[in-house]
Design a protein around this ligand. Sequence first.
Ligand code: PEP
Length: 263
Amino acid sequence: MRRPLVAGNWKMNKTAPEAAALVEAFIRVVDYWDKAEIVVCPPYLSIPRVVGLVRNSVVHVGAQDVFWKRNGAFTGQVSAPMLKDAGVTYCLVGHSEKRGRFGKLEVPESTLSYFAETDETVNLKIGALLYCSITPILCIGETLQEREEGRTDEVIKTQLLAALKGYEDAELMDIVVAYEPVWAIGTGKTCDTPEAQRVCAMIRGVLRAICPELGERVRVLYGGSVKASNAKELFAQEDIDGGLVGGASLEANEFREIILSAR
Ligand code: PEP
């Protein structure tokens, strides 16, 4: 039996005092909820403050990214040992906003190369996190163009296999995979529930083919415009073990409703 997980990705929102206010606004009402694991991923600078606030609660703290080297001349980067030291237990990897896979939704093409995450760097980041016992939340998903070209399954399988390449099955047992169709992120357009379920089941099938236990154990989340109004239906699907929530995790009441939809 897989325990549902709901993770909030705050992206580049909330100063440390604002982050503290948000945590304080929902923590009391979700603290009794033992039916799902709850993770919040604040910006790096708010992590210490949030870790302090959730210490005796059911809420875990995640980071939004990591660099794969342990230390060295890598200006502006944050390593897995640094995250570990700060109290981080989960970390997003390969989010589409890092992969630069926005297509042409709203930013000019040249801007995309600022982040330039690739399948190879995603793979290295997973290794760095596993080494520090931080649980990776691996984000994978197709762009609108890839979907329209009928390449969704191929893109998802390629991203998944590339991310996990070279690791022992036993090392991967606790990772989390988030299916996040790029066209559904921050757009208000949620993937239809049957289609989200189909892709998540396909992801589970790929994991099962690597190792049957992996298919049974790994939690597969859906992400992309999850809201209180659609969370219950999405989370009720057999192969959707919770959600990765962006915008709706910034509002305490909305996030609380989403969390309470996971059981
Ligand atoms: C995300 O950033 O991972 C995400 C799913 O965002 P949103 O919920 O705002 O679509």
